[in-house]
Design a protein around this ligand. Structure first.
Ligand code: AMP
Length: 282
């Protein structure tokens, strides 16, 4: 596996692949790899000729400096895993390499409603940082196919829009959420949960399943209340938001029949860790 710490070295290799008409699959990550990331890599390998993975903990998408400080880093384990997966190239830049002129955001996109609800409302500046880094990474890696996880449902919607706005010819493939046996969505942040917190975390997915089971059976407002109570009762958890929306536009639903296709998304604080999850309802 090639490991490229600089844009120049990466681009030289990418150019060579392009010349050979290789289909490039790209999986951007922030490292501390788990089975969720590996599932994206597996898809990228199956659907492309060459697979590039990036590991970059992007400071500009962290609205909370303590969250960035705490973010798990497992560089040597990650590299070993990627080699085992037979990834072709790892792009592993430093912050200075990615942002030689500083981290200030120069290009602001209009994502409309997509960027102002849920994560956009509660993590100010988060999606500006995500769009900034993903656009840079797409320019550097020039993929034909981009693989992202449905676990970050709103992020997928934003990046789809980014690709449109930038008029890039890239296919975005959204891959299903990989879960622990007890239903908890895999996340690099799960490693930060304490021994007493970890057993509480599956309540998030349980609540989303309950909500889905109540589809069209009881009022949406009542179903949301029950789901929030399931998460918060007798736990250390606090729901930041739990929203049912149009699965495409992310416009908030007040009633089940507001939209044909619904998604429920949530963010929950458990101790110092913020967890997100979602479920397709209809
Ligand atoms: P991250 O390293 O958290 O930025 O995630 C990198 C990519 O992996 C993103 O596209 C995430 O949506 C995806 N991802 C994270 N967790 C999971 C999971 N449990 N299942 C599937 N994809 C995931």
């Amino acid at each position: 596996m090639y490991i490229f710490p600089t844009v120049e070295s990466l681009q030289k290799w990418v150019k060579h692949q392009r010349k050979q008409n290789k289909i490039i699959g790209f999986v951007p990550t922030m490292g501390a790899l788990h089975a969720g990331h590996l599932s994206l890599i597996e898809q990228a390998k199956q659907q492309s000729d060459v697979c590039i993975v990036s590991i970059f903990v992007n400071p500009t998408q962290f609205n909370d400096p303590a969250d960035l400080e705490r973010y798990p880093r497992k560089d040597s384990e990650d590299i070993a895993q990627l080699k085992k997966q037979k990834v072709d190239a790892l792009f592993f830049p430093s912050v200075e390499e990615m942002y030689p002129e500083g981290t200030e955001i120069k290009k602001v996109y209009d994502f409309g409603n997509l960027a102002t609800v849920m994560e956009g409302e509660h993590r100010k500046g988060h999606f500006e940082g995500v769009a900034q880094v993903v656009n840079l990474l797409l320019e550097q890696t020039t993929p034909d196919k981009l693989f992202m996880g449905q676990k970050d449902y709103q992020q997928v919607a934003i990046i789809k829009q980014l690709i449109k706005l930038e008029e890039k010819n890239i296919e975005l493939i959204a891959c299903p959420t990989i879960r622990e046996i007890d239903g908890l969505a895999m996340s690099s942040r799960n490693a930060l949960l304490t021994e007493t917190e970890r057993p509480q975390a599956p309540k998030i997915q349980e609540a989303l399943q309950m909500l889905k089971a109540n589809y069209q059976k009881i009022l949406l407002t009542k179903a949301l209340k029950e789901a929030i109570a399931h998460i918060e009762t007798n736990t250390d958890m606090k729901v930041e938001y739990l929203t049912v929306s149009d699965a495409l536009t992310l416009e908030k639903a007040e009633k089940w029949d507001n939209f044909e296709n619904l998604v429920a998304c949530t963010a929950v604080h458990l101790g110092k860790v913020r967890l997100i999850d979602n479920i397709l309802i209809s």
